[in-house]
Unconditional design. Structure first.
Lengths: 288, 288
């Protein structure tokens, strides 16, 4: 059975799923996206993702999008049609395909909605057992990183730099040597005094959905949770470090720029928070 | 006759011209583009455009692109098939459609080449007669603006802000209040002492093809040509201002943020340079 994708109302094999070359997502990166995890055939934390999607659309003033209720139905339908038990649902909305190429917003153009699924082991993850290695790179992105837009070229280059350095993720660093976030994840450190630190939300980072749940779970566990910028040097010196994302949940970071973090093995609190997140996600999935 | 576009080897009506939803141009803005003017059925300054395209591809390490010779043939074929006398040829190359979505560069994926034409009056331009109004906006773009990538979302928002302010272009301004460039054009001012000023090329602006020719023509005419940053205040106070782009050649700027530039009418040197550029382009087109 071929994987089925969704394009503007139609469910079709992904190999045949196409958009116009005049689509503004293709010509201008004029679109937004979300990725949600699927566990046991159910979407995890999807309300948070759809709420962030709605915010991204508002910020870019992409109007007449299908409703969030309809989008959730499309996502559920894709999970069902693809028999997806564990993996991801990707969805993208662009400002649509105008009749001609012009920078300004087109009139009377309906947004494009595209979605597809990806199979992926999310709970049983080798990276969660071994931990991941991170490099730091300058953050080259634009000034509105709070919008989850498809203008992802800087993130592509950051991730590729990580892969070529034998790492799994790149942490992007601002002009003042503070970590902003990963190329496709949120960056956390646990200080030697057991304070869990991640950057405060602003236009400089994406407000992570998984980040937020992890902060709540950590606080519930009695950990001090702080939102503030941390430098690369502070990260090198951390007791633990980890990253969060919808597609990886929580992954321990065992080295940054070749320097071992803590013992150089996945940290205890990172592992605990991953376990708690999976528990939370599984319960949430079952009750949804 | 429908407009004919080109997609990966095929000439097809533009209404049927599509790319995969997995194309990295659509998912990641992982692609580059060029726009060249057509006058009398001939491409203007196309060697400069293709050389900049080749540089953009190198900077992003998009490999196995069709050769520049082949791309020039595709452009000429599109001009012929569309019977295009005056207008634009748009072309875009992306890192291609991988079998799955992943930030890192895919292996063994061929780049996507897309091209189409647009009809447009370039020489007989109302905007050239009346001049255009410009607003200034913060430059929100990423740090590698020298690459002509399709990650154009900041430019889209800048242009839309201009249109909503009743203007035709937005000049983007850096943190130090210096103008970088227009959302889809290069920014020039002529000082009260008749010095033609435009920002020096760097990672902060796109190296304009039309910009370069205009600088040469201005110098040939005996004008002092300076490459340096200029502030918004200096622009307000300029004797003349104009913008350059492949699609508009040279357009006089008659106001910035509602302040009249010079007499508030198209400047003399702006008009002269436009005439010289058209002369140059027409000769170049005829001799090519």
């Amino acid at each position: 059975m071929p994987d089925i994708a969704y394009v503007n109302g139609a469910y079709i094999p992904i190999a045949e799923a196409r958009v116009s070359i005049l689509d503004r997502g293709f010509l201008f990166a004029d679109g937004v996206y979300e990725v949600a995890a699927v566990i046991d055939g159910r979407l995890i934390d999807n309300e948070a993702h759809l709420s962030r999607l709605a915010r991204s659309l508002r910020e870019l003033r992409i109007e007449n999008s299908p409703s969030m209720t309809h989008i959730a139905e499309v996502e559920a339908e894709l999970v069902a049609r693809n028999g997806l038990s564990e993996g991801l649902v990707y969805l993208q909305i662009t400002r649509g395909a105008a009749s001609d190429r012009d920078f300004g917003f087109p009139q009377d153009t309906a947004p494009t909605l595209v979605a597809f699924t990806q199979r992926k082991n999310i709970i049983a993850s080798i990276a969660a057992d071994t931990g991941v290695n991170v490099i730091t790179v300058p953050d080259l992105r634009w000034a509105r990183r709070d919008i989850k837009s498809v203008a992802l070229l800087a993130q592509v280059l950051a991730k590729q730099a990580a892969l070529e350095a034998g790492c799994q993720e790149a942490w992007m660093v601002d002009r003042d040597s503070f970590v902003t976030e990963g190329s496709s994840s949120t960056a956390f450190i646990l200080t030697k005094t057991d304070v869990l630190v991640t950057r405060a939300n602003s236009a400089e980072i994406l407000p992570g959905c998984t980040r937020k749940v992890v902060q709540t779970l950590a606080a519930r566990e009695g950990l001090m949770v702080e939102e503030r910028s941390f430098s690369v040097d502070e990260a090198y010196d951390a007791k633990e470090a980890f990253l969060t994302s919808a597609s990886n949940l929580i992954l321990p970071v065992i080295s940054i720029d070749g320097r071992a973090i803590g013992s150089g093995k996945p940290g205890e609190k990172s592992g605990l928070l991953r376990t708690l997140y999976i528990e939370w996600a599984t319960n949430a999935a079952q009750s949804s």
